[in-house]
Design a protein around this ligand. Sequence first.
Ligand SMILES: C[S@@+](CC[C@H](N)C(=O)[O-])C[C@H]1O[C@@H](n2cnc3c(N)ncnc32)[C@H](O)[C@@H]1O
Length: 228
Amino acid sequence: MDKQLNLKNIVMIGRTFEEYYKMFDLDNLPRNEHILDAASGVSSFCAEASAEGYNVTASDRIYNSSPLEIEQKCKQDLDAVIKQLPDLVDLFVWNFFKDIRVLKAQREKAYKLFIEDFKKYGTKRYKPVEYPVSDFIDNQFTISLVSHFLFLYEDHINYDLHKKIILELLRITSKEIRIFPIVNLKGEKSSLVDTLMHDKDFERNQISVKKVDYEFMKNGNEMMAITH
Ligand SMILES: C[S@@+](CC[C@H](N)C(=O)[O-])C[C@H]1O[C@@H](n2cnc3c(N)ncnc32)[C@H](O)[C@@H]1O
């Protein structure tokens, strides 16, 4: 059987600003763009980017829960993932993170920064949203970022749901949606990428795939951009 992380559900694990910066190639992003982080979970991107002067709104289905409930669940998820890693080390590239210990410390840093910010700003900054439905108005955001949610979890989210979520993000985003990674949990390019690219409902959109300077899951070094 192919090796992969064995996850019953979509896990509550978060990445840092530095990772988002590389995954989404944010070098040239002007600070006045209104950024949506979709399915942002316990990532510290919103907290760290806001502190740097970016205009970010985070959105996830977990934000109706209390900081304590979120912290307990994300600790459990992190422990469960870290426990599996010694048998799966060759599925990953150990450059950005030198080893499992460093990885764990970075993931803890991310969720602790998130929890602190979530306690301070609550739903002003962190909007409870269960995609594909949201209350955001048309074109509310300039750019939407989707990290480690679509494509990666193709065993949990079918194509129909991917499509509905992307259509909703296109409704609420004026310029561009970026999705990273485009591989599944086995590190193979998700079959849903081709399905999306050949879907007639997206034929008026520009869909491109770009290599970026971030690879932790082997082969997970490409970002998809979808524009109007
Ligand atoms: C693996 S985490 C990724 C978090 C963050 N984007 C990052 O890369 O650090 C996936 C997140 O997707 C969220 N999620 C799953 N289904 C969702 C849905 N239908 N609507 C909103 N969030 C969802 C989960 O709650 C979880 O926080």
